[in-house]
Design a protein around this ligand. Sequence first.
Ligand code: NAD
Length: 434
Amino acid sequence: MDIAVIGAGYVGLVTGVCLSDLGNQVTCIDINEEKVAMLKRGESPIYEEGLTELLQKNIQRGNLDFTTQYREGLANKRVIYIAVDTPQLEDGSANLTYINKATASIAEHLDHDAIIVTKSTVPMGTNEYIKERMESLLTHDITIKIASNPEFLRQGSAVYDTFNGDRIVIGSDDEEAMRVLTEINEGFNLPIVQTDLRSAEMIKYASNAFLATKISFINEIANLSEKTGANIQHVAKGMGMDKRIGSAFLNAGIGYGGSCFPKDTNALLSIGEQVNYSMPILKNTVYTNERQKGIIVDKMLERFDSLEGKKIAILGVAFKPNTDDMREAPSILITKRLLEEGANLRAYDPVATVNAKTILSEEIEFTTSVDEAVKGADVAVILTEWEDIKHYPLEKYKQHLSHPILFDGRNCFTVDEVKGQGVEYHSIGRPTIQ
Ligand code: NAD
């Protein structure tokens, strides 16, 4: 199948690369010239395991190419995926500016019938809006059909998820669009849910909102466990063994971040407001998450009289492991608050340093190893559970920190592991080890 993908970001690039790997002929179109130049050279602008290999393999076998030019990229393409960003506006609603621009560019350059597929996360009714808007802007006498195919990949395991996800959702009110999209997706050999456009759009928002709620819920239970002498690790294990609950997303920590959960929960709340329907559960999911991000700083302020002049090693800044994405990472709020309290910060992240330097304060010194960050610091704080941070031996904290005090925002160690190691250990929802 001849396919164009508009937007070569986390979703568009992974989608384009994986579709080309299935044997489709794919052209990715992006307005970012630097990104396209890198991709043409076979270099991935994002960090995702296995992506570079598949990118290079499919460029070499002639199944995948990149361009900034819509006319060239759309030529002969039967299916056109839209995977541009839909960030959050100040009022919390989804910003459709990039969707509008991509729609207008397709309408201007498309000269043959095509199926337009929206991968971007968009509010209910947006696919219909895209079709209407595009039809009003078309410069040729052609027919477009529309489908929604929301994306469920997780950053950090995006390629794996594309081939091994739980389901693929295809929404369309058009028989041919549904048939063609089903045919393309059968290549992934995953369960397919066929539905209407608006339900497909809602499935994406509802799934993210539910997962965000699960995280906020377990974080509330963690904080309450701490105050009542329970251990969240045991509580979550006991809860998760109930199949109706499931063990995924029951890891207590410093809250969710990233490019999806924060904006998608806010967008859904905003959609509710637009139709005059309040969503108190979701509203409090967002509230609890904001509170949770600050909890590690609150703990430090409780432990020390003041953080003024304290040398703090920040371990991990990406919003989660295995990604270089810093969007809405809890480290943004946490480092800001620590600096306001007068602390000196030395940070380490194995992959996100380049992005972090553009987002976090210039006052933060970045190092290239956990050792370097920890040596000479007064206290260490784990914000992202990268493998090398998770497996950094406890005795090294004892060796390198001026006072062996560790604040673990991701519960990387069990309480039993820490006992008797000579490290003062503060974590989330579990007893403190002195
Ligand atoms: P991103 O910011 O990584 O990538 C978007 C890309 O679109 C950029 O490369 C940008 O240059 C390009 N772009 C913007 N306007 C364009 C235009 N008019 N023409 C061509 N290219 C254009 O975004 P992302 O994280 O890939 O997210 C894309 C969509 O997928 C969003 O709606 C997001 O909510 C959704 N989504 C993201 C994830 C995720 O984990 N990142 C998961 C599922 C769904």
